[in-house]
Write a protein that binds this ligand. Structure first.
Ligand code: MG
Length: 253
C-alpha cells in the first residue's frame, strides 16, 4: 500500500515537473526569413528554420490557374489575383533573395532532408471554391506521396478548406486561423485545435484552458515581442508562430 502511495506521489511529482518545464514549440512564420540570404516563403527560409532548431516552419500555398501548387503569401501579383495566373505568367517572379517562386514539390523535396522539422502548411483562401477544393486535394496527395504526412499540419483562414483537409487527411492535425470559432465547435468539427491571433486569447484568456480541457491544442500567430512570448509561455500555449524564432528559442531554452 505504502509503495503504491509512493509510486503515485512520484508520478504526480514528475508530471508536475514535466508540465512546469514544458515550453511552447517554436514555429518560424513563413520560414526563418530574417536569416542571411533568406526570404519569406523561400526554400532558404525552410533550411534556416531547421538549422536553428525550430520545431516547425510555416509556409503559404496557392494553386495556380493551371493546377500547380506554389509558395506565395499575397493575394495578388502585379495587380492580378494569383489564383488566376498560370505558372508561365509567373515565371519571371523572383523572391527577395533571388530564388525563383518555389513550387511546392521542390520545397517539399528539400523538406525531406530535415526529418526533425514539422511542416506547417497554410493553404490560402481561394476566391474560387472549386479551385480551393482542388488545391486541398492536390496538397494532401502530394504530401502523402512524398512521405511527409506524419509531420505536416494544415492551417487556413478558409473554414471550407480546413473542413476539406479534415475530410481528406483524417489523421493530420488541422487548425483554423480565423479566431471566431469557439472551442466546442472546433472539437465537433474534427480540428486538432486553434491557431488564433494573440489578441483573441488576450481578450479571452480562459479560452486556452477551455481548449486544453477539450483535449485541443493551442497555437498563436504572429508573436514577435519578447513580452508576448513570455505571456504565451505563462499561459501554457502549446506552440508559438513568430518572425523571431531565434529569440523565442533563446527565451524558452
Ligand atoms: Mg501564413
Amino acid at each position: 500500500m505504502k509503495r503504491h502511495l509512493l509510486t503515485a506521489a512520484l508520478t504526480l511529482l514528475s508530471a508536475t515537473l514535466f508540465s512546469l518545464s514544458a515550453q511552447p514549440k517554436v514555429i518560424a512564420h513563413r520560414g526563418y526569413w530574417r536569416a542571411e540570404g533568406s526570404a519569406q516563403n523561400s526554400v532558404a527560409s525552410l533550411v534556416a528554420a531547421a538549422e536553428i532548431g525550430c520545431w516547425g516552419s510555416e509556409f503559404d500555398v496557392w494553386l495556380s490557374a493551371d493546377g500547380v501548387l506554389f509558395l506565395y503569401h499575397d493575394d495578388e501579383m502585379n495587380g492580378q489575383r494569383v489564383e488566376k495566373l498560370t505558372m508561365a505568367q509567373m515565371k519571371d517572379y523572383t523572391l527577395e533573395n533571388g530564388e525563383p517562386l518555389p513550387l511546392l514539390e521542390d520545397f517539399l523535396t528539400v523538406a525531406q532532408r530535415y526529418p526533425e522539422l514539422q511542416l506547417i502548411f497554410e493553404l490560402k483562401p481561394h476566391n474560387n471554391k472549386e479551385q480551393e477544393r482542388k488545391a486541398v486535394e492536390a496538397s494532401v496527395k502530394m504530401v502523402e506521396a512524398m512521405g511527409l504526412a506524419e509531420r505536416t499540419e494544415y492551417i487556413s483562414f478558409s473554414h471550407n478548406a480546413c473542413l476539406e483537409f479534415i475530410r481528406l487527411a483524417p489523421s493530420a492535425k488541422v487548425y483554423y486561423l480565423g479566431g471566431e470559432i469557439l472551442p466546442k465547435r472546433l472539437l465537433e468539427e474534427g480540428f486538432a485545435g486553434a491557431d488564433y491571433h494573440i489578441g483573441v486569447y488576450k481578450v479571452a484568456p480562459k479560452m486556452v484552458e477551455q481548449l486544453h480541457k477539450l483535449g485541443l491544442e493551442v497555437n498563436v500567430w504572429t508573436v514577435n515581442k519578447e513580452q508576448d512570448m513570455l505571456w504565451v509561455k505563462r499561459h501554457n500555449l502549446d506552440y508559438i508562430t513568430t518572425d523571431y524564432p531565434e529569440l523565442a528559442l533563446e527565451l524558452y531554452k
